[in-house]
Write a protein that binds this ligand. Structure first.
Ligand SMILES: Nc1ncnc2c1ncn2[C@@H]1O[C@H](COP(=O)(O)OP(=O)(O)O)[C@@H](O)[C@H]1O
Ligand SMILES: [Mg+2]
Length: 327
């Protein structure tokens, strides 16, 4: 395969806004798109090859993809010795230089659940681990004398690790999605460094929308720092802000949400997605089984509605990557 994956980080320093839900549903929703749309964006009529990376120590994406029992087993049986993002960082920090890492050892293939009987053949997962919580500190504390030989500059390497890791398998995928923790610490900064784009999910209440401008400003600051240390660095672009948990009246967000939406639309011209995700029990029902909502779209009206919204969000994301907003 000769693709070069586009890499997207899903970030917000608030929890509970839908980072994990969007990561899971964008990856899986891409497997449920019309062939015509796939052809337009991926030059093929078959579903794109997607890698999802769970960078949050809460492990919600790993559990959503695999189901709790299987993920617990994965942790219990010590398979974490050679799998998952925590071990990748560990290898990179303490053992091999990135070039020596065999990425296949860390990636779970063909295990993301589609329904009770099936898995998604075209989605791979790098799972998280509860101990990933310590990785930020390890990165902060780490110094390595030979780093400058492998990486640019003397202090920038702490942000380049994930990029180096991903470079080992960037060509194997069409898209790589990174579910980030609810902060902008080292792991998230590594994700931003490695990404072409970032997406900010939000819910439409006053306090949730309050932090959006600070996130954008912080990422701009990081981009400038990274660029000042490495002139080959390509700045990570804001693909957009996606609103979640919308309650519709007459086909549009209810009044109180509309007021907040109007406010963020004027603060972020052209950056707020037209499409949005409605609140509904389709997603909650599906998540209890560790499926995406598409598993229920034929049997539940609410799931069908949310599935349709997700498809619109994905199409808009793909259009934005092609068009002026994302490039
Ligand atoms: N549109 C929605 N409708 C119903 N439940 C949702 C919706 N979006 C997210 N949820 C639920 O809300 C909770 C928080 O979402 P999550 O994606 O885990 O947020 P984050 O990753 O930002 O912390 C999860 O239990 C998730 O299933
Ligand atoms: Mg999450």
């Amino acid at each position: 395969m000769t693709n070069k994956a586009r890499v997207i980080s899903i970030i917000n320093w608030k929890g509970g806004v839908g980072k994990t839900t969007f990561t899971h549903h964008i990856a899986t929703g891409l497997q449920h798109l019309e062939p015509g749309i796939l052809e337009k964006h991926f030059n093929k009529r078959t579903p794109p090859k997607v890698l999802v990376i769970d960078m949050d120590a809460q492990c919600n994406l790993s559990v959503s993809c695999l189901m709790e029992d299987k993920f617990e087993q994965f942790i219990r049986e010590g398979k974490e010795q050679n799998k998952g993002i925590k071990c990748l960082f560990k290898q990179f920090l303490y053992n091999n230089p990135a070039e020596a890492i065999k990425p296949a050892d860390y990636i779970l293939k063909h295990q993301v659940r589609k329904n009770n009987q099936q898995v998604y053949e075209n989605i791979d997962l790098i799972p998280s681990h509860p101990d990933l919580i310590y990785t930020d500190m390890e990165i902060a504390a780490y110094t390595r004398t030979d780093f400058d030989k492998h990486l640019v500059g003397s202090d920038i390497y702490k942000f380049q690790m994930l990029n180096k890791i991903i470079n080992n398998f960037r060509n194997n995928y069409d898209l790589i999605l990174i579910d980030c923790p609810p902060n902008l610490n080292f792991l998230t900064q590594n994700a931003l460094y490695a990404s072409d784009y970032y997406l900010i999910p939000t819910i439409l209440d006053t306090l949730s929308s309050y932090g959006l401008m600070s996130i954008k400003n912080k990422v701009t600051e990081l981009n400038n720092t990274f660029y000042s240390k490495d002139s080959n660095y390509i700045k990570t672009k804001l693909l957009g802000i996606i609103t979640n948990s919308i309650i519709e009246t007459k086909g549009q967000p209810k009044n109180t949400q509309m007021l907040v939406l109007n406010k963020i639309q004027s603060a972020f011209p052209n950056l707020v997605f037209d499409s949005y995700l409605t609140q509904g029990d389709g997603i909650s029902k599906a998540s209890a089984h560790a499926y995406p909502v598409f598993a229920f779209e034929k049997s539940s009206k609410n799931a069908a509605k949310q599935s349709e919204h997700i498809r619109k969000i994905i199409t808009e994301s793909l259009d934005r990557m092609k068009g002026a907003n994302g490039t």
